[in-house]
Design a protein around this ligand. Structure first.
Ligand code: ADP
Ligand code: MG
Length: 254
């Protein structure tokens, strides 16, 4: 297996005339946690979405486990990958959004079991059993039969994480997973993410939680204006940066 799970090189992305990502090179090694930080509009979400090709890009390549995702290059031309092949590649990648997007008419267990049944073709009993284990992993065994409306935001987000884990992904992408939560519920979600990291999950996390970036990330990428301005250890980026844009950004957190 390839040592790097994510390998992005020369990535550029425009929306119409506006270039929102430029010259992005980023490698994420197996079991590494990389946090993407930076001002609003700097391109963090777009970059994350390029990794699983939710967002098509204009130039460059994205490889997951050594395989190109999204495009097929042949005879000097580039074509989008057939939908079926893209779905296959995406199964390795779990994604958690700011909004939890749980199915409201299903219990917590059913929310986690559903992709196992639909995508992996698991039988109902096996899927429900596996869902139970995953809910246990995010500390929600006691709420297995609850519907989303009866769960707190933090609990809903933990169900969403369990649901993403049900595909046994090699890589988890998080886009501001705690930004929609009341402050007192942020900690429980970050704790589940720390557990995942400790278990060796490879993770790319867009976050404004500087404490999490400081103590859970292996490396931190600071984006501004669609570029990675600095990429280094939390110490290098969050403590010792001499880059004015990084310093300016961090000031708003003190
Ligand atoms: P961040 O997540 O860092 O706040 P985004 O990746 O969401 O930044 O956005 C980067 C830039 O791309 C912003 O200028 C934003 O307005 C623009 N943008 C994002 N999504 C779209 C879209 N679907 N259409 C047009 N512009 C977009
Ligand atoms: Mg964003």
């Amino acid at each position: 297996m390839s040592a790097s799970v994510v390998e992005i090189s020369g990535l550029a992305k425009s929306f119409g005339e506006v270039e929102v990502l430029r010259d992005i090179d980023l490698t994420v090694n197996r079991s590494e946690v990389v946090c993407l930080i930076g001002p609003s509009g700097s391109g963090k979400s777009t970059l994350l979405r390029c990794i699983n090709f939710l967002e098509p890009y204009n130039r460059g390549t994205v490889k997951i486990n050594g395989r190109t995702i999204g495009y097929i290059d042949r005879d000097g031309a580039r074509r989008p990958m057939p939908a079926r092949q893209l779905r296959q590649e995406r199964r390795n990648i779990g994604m958690v959004f700011q909004q939890f997007n749980l199915w409201p008419h299903m219990t917590a267990t059913e929310n986690v079991a559903e992709p196992l049944i639909r995508v992996k073709g698991a039988g109902k009993a096996a899927a429900m059993a596996r869902a139970g284990e995953l809910l246990d992993r995010v500390g929600l065994s006691a709420r297995a039969k609850a519907f989303p409306s009866a769960l707190s935001g933090g609990q809903q987000q933990r169900v969403a994480i369990a649901r993403a884990l049900s595909m046994d992904p090699d890589l988890m992408l998080f886009d501001e997973p705690t930004s929609a939560l009341d402050p007192e519920l942020v900690g429980e979600v970050l704790e589940v993410m720390r557990d995942l990291a400790r278990d060796g999950m490879t993770m790319v996390v867009v976050t404004h939680e500087m404490g999490f970036a400081a103590n859970a990330a292996d490396r931190v990428a600071f984006l501004d204006g669609g570029r990675i301005v600095q990429f280094g250890t939390p110490q290098e980026v969050l403590k010792e940066s001499t880059e004015p844009r990084v310093q300016q950004f961090l000031k708003t957190y003190h």
